[in-house]
Design a protein around this ligand. Structure first.
Ligand code: ADP
Ligand code: MG
Length: 315
């Protein structure tokens, strides 16, 4: 972003050349510099340590880091857009829809509707605000080869939208392994800088990590990588006010392990980084049941819905 470029070069002790150097090593905004240790900055730009300290302090001053009033937080909350699922029951369960500015996660067994919800959101995110959409484009990181344009067409037509336009607004990338998936999430920022993306889908968030780090003794590595991946996504969610929707398959009998955070792959890492977690399971007569897990500001509850041609609908 042009504004950020100027901001970096304006820091005392940072000229245009140094700003360029910083960007090359990935420190491309004030926040990334404000949270650096002086040593790291010395390594990055080859300055003396006292200069590095001054630069970091200046970045912190400019950012006005620290506390904000409850009113400020409320104002920020008012900017949040809630993307509809098409099911009133599910929308109500999660406080109005899937929110921008944070990560939401669905987890459940195979066939529980995680990918169906992803496809629905990829369409509804494009609706105008007054129809429960975010009037934005979509980035779909496909980690399980589950993206189906045919399904998008079906849902879009059900909503009276031009399916070709809807498809054009969805940027899909297949992730071939966990490293590739992490890279795609980082690269997504380039799209976000240029286009009005309001939804990022990562379906599945965890499948590649599970298969790439399946050996004994690899758990720590897997969690560390997953943590990094989640942080990338979180940063995108908050910096660009985007809704991030991730899916997470749980294996056998999640009901038995329910409440045990290790039941879902990723465990605590994913749980702590996603603000809304929804457990999905099959209900009676082909229905699906969504249950909110540990939401800070929402009442516990469940919503029952059907997967239909149109997307997902109330029973
Ligand atoms: P997962 O949680 O594994 O991602 P999915 O979201 O792929 O599960 O859900 C798969 C289910 O969605 C299947 O049981 C299938 O019956 C249902 N489904 C998929 N497409 C349609 C459709 N067009 N109409 C009705 N149900 C559908
Ligand atoms: Mg799926």
């Amino acid at each position: 972003m042009v504004k950020e470029k100027d901001e970096l070069a304006e820091l005392p002790g940072v000229g245009a050349a140094t700003a360029e150097k910083l960007r090359e090593v990935g420190y491309d905004n004030l926040m990334s510099i404000a949270v650096l240790s002086p040593g790291k900055l010395v390594d990055a730009i080859g300055s003396g340590e006292s200069t590095a300290r001054k630069i970091i302090q200046a970045a912190r001053d400019k950012l006005d880091m620290g506390f904000e009033t409850g009113e400020d937080v409320l104002k920020r909350r008012e900017k949040v857009i809630k993307i509809t699922t098409g099911s009133k029951a599910v929308d109500e369960l999660i406080g109005g829809g899937f929110e921008t500015g944070c990560i939401s996660e669905t987890f459940g067994q195979f066939g529980s509707a995680k990918s169906q919800i992803a496809h629905v959101l990829a369409v509804t995110a494009q609706l105008p605000l007054e129809k429960g959409g975010a009037n934005g484009k979509v980035v779909f990181i496909d980690g399980e080869s589950t993206f189906r344009p045919e399904r998008i067409i079906q849902i879009a037509e059900g909503m009276g939208l031009d399916p070709n336009k809807v498809l054009k607004n969805i940027k899909v990338a297949r992730a071939f392994n966990s490293d590739h998936q992490m890279l795609l999430a980082e690269k997504a920022e380039e799209i976000l800088k240029k286009e009005n993306v309001k939804l990022i889908i990562v379906d599945s968030l965890t499948a590649h990590f599970r298969s790439d780090f399946s050996g004994r003794g690899q758990l720590a590595d897997r969690q560390q990588k997953l943590n990094k991946h989640m942080h990338t996504l979180m940063k995108l969610a908050s910096s660009y006010d985007v809704c991030v929707y991730v899916t997470n398959q749980v294996m056998s009998r999640p009901d038995v392990f329910f409440g045990d955070p290790t039941a879902a792959i990723g465990g605590n890492i994913v749980a702590h980084n996603s603000q809304v977690r929804i457990y999905l399971r099959k209900g009676k007569k082909g229905t699906r049941v969504a249950k909110l897990v540990d939401a800070p500001a929402l009442p516990d509850g469940e919503a029952i819905f059907n997967i239909t041609e149109k997307g997902i609908e109330d029973v």
